[in-house]
Structures are given as structure tokens and as C-alpha cells.
Write a new protein. Structure first.
Length: 485
């Protein structure tokens, strides 16, 4: 019997786990995938929104602004990349200026600091590559960019260090009430808890509706993206938005925290809660609409495309709190944009709810900090040489595109909640995220996983499940070639 079971190991589930680990409680996280950060949290715009877009008084508005304020301190504590680059919302005509003014007024009402409306000349001075048709823009200096993988993994690792259990490859298939809590049936056994936190992303409505007669409905809203090479990363310095419409903030153009250029997303409602396939039409729409905000986007520099799903609830706001007719069942549902920006505040809010209901006492041994994977590229030459002398694996380059070393990959697979798949290593180190998209480094990375984790090469997957990369009669030849590299 656990005190709390959290369903889902995305940024919200991990943030809640980390905040709850401040208290004396037996906590576990159930995740149907093979790692943290495998759903919405891995495929999004990676924007820490300032907080001017959400309706004043909504949970989205309140938690966005507070989460934004917390992000800098959290990045320092947990050692993940975050920068306040600022954002611009473009207005392309005088006729649209009242809509831009309304966005400014809403931001002020929401408590966003330092907002300004810029004229055409000020905008072009800041961002010479925005469209020549720009008339004005809303400038939000407090907006930022983050590594969503780094954020999610850091929160989960810190929660794990503070005693939270994580059970991967464990899909919840049913929930039943007990006299003193809930019983969760999974494909990996049965779990019981006094309290359940539902942080299951696009599946949160399914679990809520298992225990409550007051139903909610979540639509999976697909967003297609194009990622451009680092050569295009300086095309804009800030996140550039168009004026938002009824389906969201539209197509954005933004630098990423790692120096690439990202454009997207579309907003297409789909029935399939696993429907993350891109389409030619969606990607064409991304390129076309991005070009209406930013000129001369070097489309030939696209190195990959992907899609993610947002959990859009019919009420168009976050649902956070105890289900009215299901005591002890805490929803964290409908978490779409600005979910990344809001997650620090969401973690605090849910932990506060449970602290009050359960009378939790502080964990005096709570460790608030976490050290990320050492990147030798951040060191001076003298420091790097000393590191390689001490640990020669940091002198072996495995991923040439991103200059990732064997030492970093070893760290990624042996640290708390270490990676067991190629995508797990990629999210932790960026090995495979460069121009060749793992064409060169995949065999060597697999060999390191095999060696460090005691796994057969033929059992290593791209992303868990049945996504094995080695099969058939050429298996032994492939393994031998990987070891030779």
C-alpha cells in the first residue's frame, strides 16, 4: 500500500513527484512507456511562456506566471538548460492593433512583468528577419526556452533520489475503489494507494472517468514541427509568434536551447491518442505559415520533423484538484500549453493539496539539488584534458554531429533512472539529434548500452516496446561491426 501513486512520468507527474518527496510518504510513479518524458513532454515547443495568453483568473494564467517565475531557480537547483530569451507577438496591420492591445492588457492583469508594445522600427531592430509587413509587436522579456527532456529528467531523477519509486513499462488498465483508497490494475501487477494523482496527459480523461460520474473529455490535438540545423539557429534570437487564434498560439519560430531553429506547431484534432504521425499537409502548413511571420527561413536546413499531442480538455483550462465524487483521486488533467511553463507551479499545487489532506510531515533528508550530465564542451581546454586523463572515455567522440563522448553516454545509462534505449540516451545527451539523426552513432551507442547495462544488443530498442533495431540473419554481423567502431 503506497501513500500516493502518480499515473504518468511526464513533466507534471515528475514535478508532482519531486514536490511530494519533500514530505514523509511512500510514493510511486506508474508509467506505461520505458522511460520518463515519452509523451507530450518530449514533443512540444519547449517554450516557457510569459503568461499573457491565458484568460485572466484561469488556472492556466495563474500557474503559467508562477511557473515562469520559478523556472530560473529550478534550473539552477536541478542543473538543466534554460534561458530567458524573450518573445514577440507580431501584429501585421493597424486593424489588428486592438487585438494586440488586448493581449497586453490581459498580460498585465495576469501579473506578467516588463511587457511592452513595440513599433515597427523597434521590432525590426530586435529581429531583422521578421516579416517586412510587421506593424507592431508585444514584447515579453520574461519568456524563455528550455530543454523539455532536461527539465523532465531532472525532476524525475531528483524525486527518485529522494525516495520516489518509478515503475516503467507499467500501463494502468483499471482503477477500483477500496475502503481506504484505490486499487490500480496494470499489465505489470496490482498496486494500491491511499491517494492517486492522475497526470496521464491525453489519457487523463480515461482514468478520471473510471472513478467519477462527472465525466471529462480530452481531445488529442496534434502539432507538427520542423527542426532545422544549427546553421539556421541564429535566424531569430527570440521566440516569434503570430497573434493567437481560437486553436492556440499558431505557428511559432524559435531558437532552441541547443542552438537549432524550431518551427511549428499545427493544431489538428485527432481521434487516436497515439496519433503522432506527421503529414505532408501539416508540414507544408508549418513552413507556409512560419514564412508569414519570419522571412527567408532556410527550409533546406530541415534535419527532421516530428509531431506531438496536446491534451485539450473541453473546458479549455487545466483541471487540478480532487474529483468531486471520488475522494482521494486528484486530477492533473487538460495540461496543454502552457504546461511546460506551468509545471513547477503545478507540482507545488498538487503537493500542497495532498500535504493538507494527508497531514504530511517534512522530509528532513530532502535533497533539493541534482547534478546533470557533464558536457566536456563546456570546460576549458585545461579542464577537459584533466578530465580525459582521469576518465579516458571523455576523449572518445561517439556522436560527431553533437560532439557527444563515450563518457557522457556511460553517465546517461548508469545514473539514477538511467537510459535503456537509444532515444533515452538521445534525450539525455543529444547523441543522435544532429544532422545525421543517429546514422553514424547508433551502433556505437548500442554497444555502450549493452556493455554498461548487461543487455544483449538484440534486446536494445529505439524507444522501448517492440522497437528493436537488430533482427534477422545479419544480426551477428551488425553486432561485430558496432564493437569494431
Amino acid at each position: 500500500m503506497y501513500d500516493v501513486i502518480i499515473i504518468g512520468a511526464g513533466v507534471c507527474g515528475a514535478a508532482i513527484a519531486r514536490e511530494l518527496s519533500r514530505y514523509q510518504a511512500k510514493i510511486c510513479v506508474l508509467e506505461k512507456e520505458e522511460d520518463v518524458c515519452c509523451g507530450t513532454s518530449k514533443a512540444n515547443s519547449a517554450i516557457v511562456h510569459a503568461g499573457y495568453d491565458a484568460v485572466t483568473g484561469s488556472l492556466k494564467a495563474k500557474l503559467n506566471v508562477h511557473g515562469n517565475e520559478r523556472m530560473g531557480e529550478l534550473a539552477q537547483e536541478l542543473d538543466f538548460p534554460f534561458e530567458r530569451k524573450g518573445s514577440l507577438v507580431l501584429c501585421l496591420s493597424e486593424a489588428d492593433l486592438p487585438n494586440l492591445q488586448a493581449l497586453y492588457d490581459r498580460g498585465i492583469a495576469n501579473g506578467v512583468q516588463e511587457l511592452r508594445i513595440l513599433n515597427r522600427e523597434e521590432v525590426l531592430q530586435m529581429e531583422p528577419n521578421v516579416t517586412d509587413h510587421v506593424y507592431a509587436a508585444l514584447y515579453a522579456p520574461t519568456a524563455g526556452i528550455v530543454c523539455p527532456f532536461g527539465l523532465n529528467i531532472a525532476l524525475a531523477e531528483n524525486a527518485y533520489t529522494n525516495g520516489v519509486e518509478f515503475h516503467f513499462n507499467t500501463e494502468v488498465t483499471g482503477i477500483g475503489r477500496l475502503e481506504d483508497g484505490y486499487e490500480l490494475q496494470t499489465d505489470n501487477g496490482t498496486f494500491r494507494a491511499r491517494y492517486v494523482v492522475n497526470a496521464a496527459g491525453v489519457y487523463a480523461d480515461r482514468f478520471h472517468n473510471m472513478v467519477s460520474d462527472k465525466k471529462i473529455h480530452i481531445t488529442a490535438r496534434r502539432g507538427d514541427y520542423c527542426l532545422l540545423d544549427k546553421e539556421a539557429g541564429a535566424h531569430v534570437e527570440r521566440t516569434v509568434f503570430a497573434l493567437p487564434g481560437k486553436l492556440g498560439k499558431g505557428i511559432l519560430v524559435t531558437p532552441t536551447i541547443h542552438g537549432n531553429l524550431l518551427i511549428g506547431p499545427t493544431a489538428i484534432d485527432v481521434e487516436d491518442k497515439e496519433g503522432i504521425n506527421t503529414t505532408a499537409e501539416g508540414l507544408a502548413q508549418v513552413l507556409e505559415k512560419a514564412g508569414m511571420s519570419v522571412k527567408n527561413i532556410p527550409a533546406r536546413q530541415v534535419i527532421t520533423s516530428f509531431a506531438g499531442l496536446r491534451a485539450h480538455e473541453d473546458g479549455d483550462d487545466f483541471i487540478i484538484g480532487e474529483a468531486e465524487d471520488a475522494p482521494g483521486f486528484i486530477d492533473c488533467a487538460g495540461i496543454e500549453s502552457p504546461g511546460i511553463a506551468s509545471c513547477p507551479a503545478i507540482g507545488e499545487m498538487v503537493a500542497d493539496i495532498l500535504r493538507e489532506k494527508m497531514g504530511l510531515k517534512e522530509n528532513e533528508d530532502f535533497v533539493s539539488t541534482r547534478q546533470g550530465i557533464l558536457n566536456p564542451n563546456t570546460l576549458s581546454m585545461e579542464e577537459r584534458n584533466a578530465l580525459i586523463k582521469k576518465s579516458p572515455a571523455y576523449g572518445n567522440i561517439v556522436c560527431r554531429c553533437e560532439m557527444v563522448t563515450e563518457g557522457e553516454i556511460i553517465d546517461a545509462v548508469t545514473r539514477p533512472l538511467g537510459a535503456k534505449s537509444l532515444d533515452g540516451v538521445k534525450r539525455r545527451t543529444r547523441a543522435g539529434m544532429g544532422r545525421c539523426q543517429s546514422g553514424f552513432c547508433a551502433p556505437r551507442t548500442m554497444e555502450i548500452i549493452s556493455r554498461e547495462c548487461g543487455m544483449s544488443m538484440s534486446d536494445i530498442t529505439k524507444a522501448g516496446g517492440a522497437s528493436r533495431l537488430i533482427a534477422g540473419t545479419n544480426k551477428d554481423i551488425f553486432i561485430a561491426a558496432a564493437k569494431e567502431k
